[in-house]
Design a protein around this ligand. Structure first.
Ligand code: IMP
Length: 427
């Protein structure tokens, strides 16, 4: 009964889309369980490039059931736009299921996300401004509206009335802004509900039935471990649980059902948004890697901050996720560099630190301690077997495995599906 979780081990954008697309080929079902349209997956199939923010990229295969589970926050406009985008490109969405329990992103969430960021000035988090944080805030405050509510107009209207009165008061008093019109939101959202009706389901039942029937279920994480609200660099984090345990919570699946957890590691580090980043390369080399790797956000087009690989971060990720294998991506981007560095520890007030520190103040002050490895010059995009990689590339990858104590499972050497080296059976 293979139920496999794929998580990001860094600050998101590790290339999970590519790894998930590769694994999805072997899966029967692909599940998204946290986050919202703050995520962005780019998948390249032959000459075609697909960018998806909400719908699992498994939808690109004709025979996979794709599930948006209850832990996701759903902006129905974005969902329906993606459905239309896929239809326009000849891709069916008949196999899409959306949890009735998933919370809705409402127009006031998006507005409040931006207003809070603007007001925070220098202390802004650098959010994607998609309303994801405020939607999770309302979920925790128990004033959220859910996908299933859209199918019960009277219930939806009553709940919306109460919540909107409060949001409009907040907008007026705290931000001196006009409020939202109740009827307009009501009509727009009920229409979204009708359009979404064919997809709405009890997805915990759908997923558990599939696992119990021996089908292969792939849980596709969004964002990354260091953006987890509990286990990341709080407060510079997202509002959900990108770690492996988040898949169980967000999908309504017990931990005893999970058979493997793969951690996606970008061969260097990147981060969008603010917050400390010990191995950041704020120089010409960082700029060069950004250009070679086309490191600009899929969701916001922001330039990503670039840095060396950080094994302190990866060990933290290995531990909090219980990783059973590593999928190292974008190794091809490093071809041509004379040497590569990996942070193996941090130095803080003269002491060496091997575990990720638990306070942001400390993180601001640490200095990475680097190990230097030789680079390789040749392009590697056509390599399909680990032993055919340049010896320096093999050594770099093996060193990542040694430093984390997690075996290598997959190596990605290019954007296309074909540019993948699998080191073992993954399902
Ligand atoms: P939010 O998720 O929009 O609230 O943003 C919170 C933090 O998470 C910011 O630093 C964002 O840049 C970051 N973030 C959210 N989604 C992603 C993602 O898919 N990739 C990388 N960073 C993300």
């Amino acid at each position: 009964m293979p139920a496999v979780i794929v998580v990001g081990t860094q600050w998101g954008d590790e290339g999970k889309g590519k790894v998930i697309d590769y694994l999805a080929e072997q899966a029967d079902m692909v599940v998204r369980h946290q986050g919202g349209n703050n995520a962005g997956h780019t998948v390249v199939v032959g000459d075609a490039e697909y960018k998806l923010h909400l719908i699992p990229s498994g939808i690109l295969y004709p025979d996979k059931l794709c599930v948006i589970a209850s832990g996701v926050v759903v902006d129905p406009k974005v969902l329906l736009d993606e459905v239309a985008y896929l239809h326009n490109r000849g891709i069916s969405t008949d196999r899409l299921r959306v949890s009735a329990d998933a919370h809705l992103i409402m127009p006031y969430h998006e507005l409040l996300d931006g207003l809070a960021e603007d007001r925070a000035g220098a202390h802004k988090l650098g959010t994607t401004r998609r309303g994801v944080g405020p939607a999770y805030m309302d979920k925790a405050a128990r004033v959220g509206l859910r996908v299933g509510d859209l199918l019960r107009p009277a219930t939806f209207a009553a709940r919306l009335k109460r919540v909107l009165d409060e949001k409009n008061r907040l907008l007026a008093k705290a931000y001196d802004m006009p409020g939202f019109d109740f009827d307009e939101i009501l009509q727009t959202y009920l229409a979204y509900g009708e359009a979404m009706r064919p997809y709405i389901a009890n997805t915990s039942v759908v997923i558990n039935d599939a696992i119990d029937a021996g089908e292969r279920v792939l849980f596709e994480g969004a964002q990354g471990t260091m953006l987890d609200i509990d286990h990341g660099t709080y407060p510079y984090v997202t509002s959900s649980h990108p770690v492996a345990g988040g898949a169980c919570i967000g999908a309504g699946v017990g931990p005893t059902k999970i058979t493997a957890v793969y951690g996606v590691v970008k061969a260097y580090t990147s981060r969008v948004g603010d917050g400390p980043f010990p191995t950041e390369l704020d120089d010409a080399l960082g700029q060069e890697i950004r250009e070679r790797g086309n490191e600009y956000g899929t969701t916001t087009s922001r330039p990503r901050r670039i840095g060396w690989l950080d094994a302190v971060v990866l060990r933290h990720a290995a531990r909090v996720n219980g990783l059973s294998g590593l999928a190292v991506t974008r190794v091809d981007v490093l071809s041509g560099l004379s040497e590569l560095k990996i942070a193996i520890a941090y130095r803080y007030q003269g002491e060496l630190m091997y575990e990720f520190p638990d306070g942001l103040d400390i993180l601001h002050e640490v200095e990475p301690v680097y190990e230097t490895l030789p680079g390789w010059q040749e392009p590697i995009g056509d390599v399909r077997r680990f032993e055919d990689l340049p010896p320096q590339a093999q050594r770099y990858l093996e060193r990542i495995s040694e430093l984390t104590g997690v075996p290598l499972a997959l190596v990605s050497v290019g954007r296309d599906r074909a540019c993948t080296i699998a080191l073992r059976e993954l399902f």
